[in-house]
Design a protein around this ligand. Structure first.
Ligand code: NMX
Ligand code: MLT
Length: 441
């Protein structure tokens, strides 16, 4: 992987120099003002960090290094001619800013295969948990058990020059990404397949092999995994999983500790766990109404009931986006191409026609449109993956690509430990009376 590593290093050195000049020349420029409400309301709209691998536009959705999802589908290497992009290609792009060649992606698949052996103690640690343990908890425990392998932690303990942090983080990230499919699939097979043993298929790419390890060998599911692992990988830096990974990494937590922290964030129902909540909610609705294909009126009534119980409609809304999530649209296209008559998929589309006007009419919801999680479960279920409490692990395997590429950038650019100022409400009240100030130096 010398080409990837040296390309990254040359890009990081150049950007590091640019940033030094930029701060020197423009460091005192103001980029915005903070209103009091924002610090009580999730810091929404405050630009507070730099994150290189992707950027979110409220109207247009995510761009990875400048490329939209349809552009990635067109430009990134694929396993088959009219198929979905390979997530290896996206990782390369996020790390280097360049679209890789077919050969680059083949080499990266081979490299991840070479690094993919998981030490036995990791499986034994997971197996020590009760089998009913939520898959995200098992995943998190598995990642922490793997931390024994951290090159950064070992080198740091022996005295590591700041200039070499990025190198050890790159190696940790590559090893961790290579091993995550085996760890994640072990959890699936342990929980839902009576511990069935499946070995890797060395002829497959990273996503294809993950599908195989999960015991899904059809080409349809493999293609879904390639798309899924690509579109869930990154969503700029402020979302809970990316920000948490960045935050823990800023204290020089290694890649394992940082990713694990991010995964605990992803496990929250307002973030990644929403993908399981969507299917749970849709299945409960189908049961309550007594049909697989509820009408728009029946859906509307069920949505109103959900809202009247003080619950959120899972899969709808977003902190930044103000339009239908292009990740939803990419999955809708996949559904139209591969399963346009599927009852559940059609219900997801009918919900899409029905929910936004209802949410809009409430007046307080800033984005009534579906996010990525509104669609993903229905596609998985089509191929037989009905165990919806596992879905967030799939999201986590994908999210590792973005947040670990970004962590490698953090280390290469020498970003500081993150430590924003906080205040108490009493301090705010004193400030309002002119008795104190609430900003830091
Ligand atoms: N259903 C019901 N109420 C909602 C929804 C929804 N889907 N979305 C927002 N609201 C409420 C929200 O709870 C808040 O209520 P209150 O003032 O009583 O506290 C109000 O509308 C204003 O919220 P927003 O400013 O529009 O949204 P915010 O930025 O606070 O939250 C989410 C964003 C994504 C957390 C929120 O839209 C939500 O809870 N959605 C459902 C869960 C979900 O799908 N999460 C997945 C997000 C994507 N991901 O993978 O991470
Ligand atoms: C994500 O993919 O991280 C979610 O859409 C949440 C977010 O961006 O805030």
């Amino acid at each position: 992987m010398e080409r990837l590593k040296s390309l990254f290093k040359s890009k990081a050195d150049a950007l590091g120099n640019e940033i030094k000049d930029l701060i020197k020349e423009h460091g005192a420029k103001k980029i915005g003002e903070v209103q009091l409400a924002q610090i009580f309301q999730g810091m929404r709209g405050i630009t507070g960090m730099v994150y290189e691998t992707s950027l979110l536009d409220a109207q247009e959705g995510i761009r990875f290094r400048g490329f939209t999802i349809p552009e990635l589908q067109q430009k990134l290497p694929k396993a088959k001619a009219d198929g979905e992009p390979l997530p290896e290609g996206l990782f390369w792009l996020m790390l280097t800013g360049e679209i890789p060649t077919e050969q680059d992606v083949k080499d990266l698949s081979t490299e991840w295969r070479r690094r993919s052996d998981v030490p036995g103690h990791v499986f034994r640690t997971i197996d020590a948990l009760p089998v009913e343990t939520h898959p995200m908890t098992q995943f998190s425990v598995g990642i922490m058990a793997l931390q024994t392998e951290s090159i950064f932690a070992k080198k740091y303990a022996n005295g590591l020059n700041k200039k070499d942090y990025w190198d050890a983080t790159f190696e940790d990230s590559m090893n961790l990404i290579a091993r995550l499919p085996a760890v994640a699939a072990h959890i699936y097979r342990r929980k839902y397949r009576n511990g069935k043993a499946i070995s890797s298929d060395a002829t497959l790419d990273w996503g294809g092999n993950f599908a195989h390890l999960l015991d899904y060998d059809g080409e349809g599911f493999r293609e879904l995994m390639r798309l899924y692992l690509t579109i869930h990988a990154d969503h700029e830096g402020g979302n809970v999983s990316a920000h948490t990974t960045h935050l823990v990494g800023s204290a020089l937590g290694d890649a394992y500790q940082s990713l694990n922290a991010g995964m605990c964030g992803l496990a929250g129902p307002l973030h990644g766990l929403a993908n399981q909540e969507v299917i749970k909610w849709v299945i409960a609705m189908q049961k309550a109404i007594g049909t697989e294909r509820p009408t728009a009126d029946q859906i509307a009534e069920y949505v109103k009931k959900t809202l009247s119980e003080g619950k959120v409609v899972p899969g709808y809304g977003h902190a930044v986006l103000r339009k239908t999530d292009p990740r939803f649209s990419a999955q809708q296209e996949f559904g139209q191409k591969h399963m346009k008559d599927d009852a559940l998929v059609n219900t997801i589309w009918r919900i899409y026609e029905t929910v936004p006007p209802i949410l809009q009419s409430m007046g307080k919801i800033k984005n009534p449109w579906p996010n990525v999680d509104a669609h993903s479960g229905a596609l998985l279920l089509h191929y037989g993956m009905k165990e919806y409490d596992y879905y967030t692990v799939l999201f986590g395997v994908s999210r590792a690509l973005g947040v670990l590429a970004a962590l490698t950038w953090d280390r290469a650019l020498g970003f500081a430990i993150e430590r924003p100022k906080s205040v108490t409400t009493a301090a705010v009240k004193a400030w309002l009376k002119g008795e104190d100030q609430i900003w830091g130096d």
